[in-house]
Design a protein around this ligand. Sequence first.
Ligand SMILES: [Zn+2]
Length: 419
Amino acid sequence: MKKNLYAIALACLGLGTLTAQGQDQHMLSIDRAPAAPTRECATMEVLEAQMAADPTLARRMADVERHTAEVVANPTARRTNAIVTIPVVVHVVYNTTAQNVPQSQIDAQIRVLNEDFAKTNSDASLIPAAFAGVAAGTNVRFVLAKRDPNGAATTGVVRRSTKTRSFSSNDFVKYTSKGGSDAWPRDKYLNLWLCNLGQGLLGYAQFPGGAAATDGVVCLYSSVPGGTASNYNKGRTATHEVGHWLNLRHIWGDATCGNDLVADTPTQQTSNGGCPTFPHVTCGNQGDMSMNYMDYTYDACMYMFTGGQSARMDALFSAGGARVGLTTSLGGTAPRMVAATTTSDVALYPNPADNVLNLTLPQSQNSWVVKVYDLRGHEMSQARYNGQGQVSVGQLPKGLYQMTLSNGEQTIRQRFEKQ
Ligand SMILES: [Zn+2]
């Protein structure tokens, strides 16, 4: 049954004949507290705007879905048991002191993400026996970024004061020029924005395949662990939204007895709110999986992913996957400062480097001639100095190199590693 629906969903995507509901399902997810009566309206405005702005989006998302189906159907293509640790940059965009989420709550949010995705959450003990066989930890973990896109050390938290009192789902929070904070490269980081969202919004996410500038998840600042969003302050909004970012659909498939493209989740009639008692039988199932992170229940009443959901995530990190770049990101590794041996005023960082090597030099940066050699002494013309303290090393093969820096008075030699 699910397989047939899945084929239909793919066909719809491929033909570009998505219904309004289908767009909601595949393009962007917006979540409100269940009590909010108008969840669909704002969602559709955003979705229609995105579709109008980018007619190629449906095709790109269909490609992601096709690849996912291929990988899920072929377990040898999956990165099973290979943990992917994703560097996270948290953009705290605040208008009031309360919105300037403290580091302790950001740390707690990362901890909750790791526990939920690893199934080490303490409330996993509440999973009903009927679902014990399909409940699963995933292969995804999270760490606050330690290296920024320029290779410099970072705490992984960007704090920006804003004049905007309340953001909507229009993505302004993702642009510095619009009162928010620009995204970091999505092939190296998960962007997580914390801000004040209006209209009862708890959060929203962008599925794989969308635009790079808006890639990531947005959560209400008070939804983090210990926040003030009552019933939604255990950090599960982020778990749910990151689930979408990793290509998970809502557990009810965003339609009546709909399809979430996962084989081991029961078909259920619609979303559940609050804290349902199991079993709540709908659509001929043995009980809704209302305790799945991809339902709409209270934070305290959602505590599991399934193996099928984990498989969809794995597909993103396999060869050709939409988020495979994250598997080689150095964003979670602190840069290593290397002091020069001949003078205390020269440093190269990060080392190892993958793209750009930054130089700290004792005199004006453009007075130095910088050359890179392999260990046999051959000059590497692929490495270029921009005269402003940065050497591009992205074209170099991996390995050890020697750099010479000359200013006419002295020549400094430094070793570095291309990673
Ligand atoms: Zn959602």
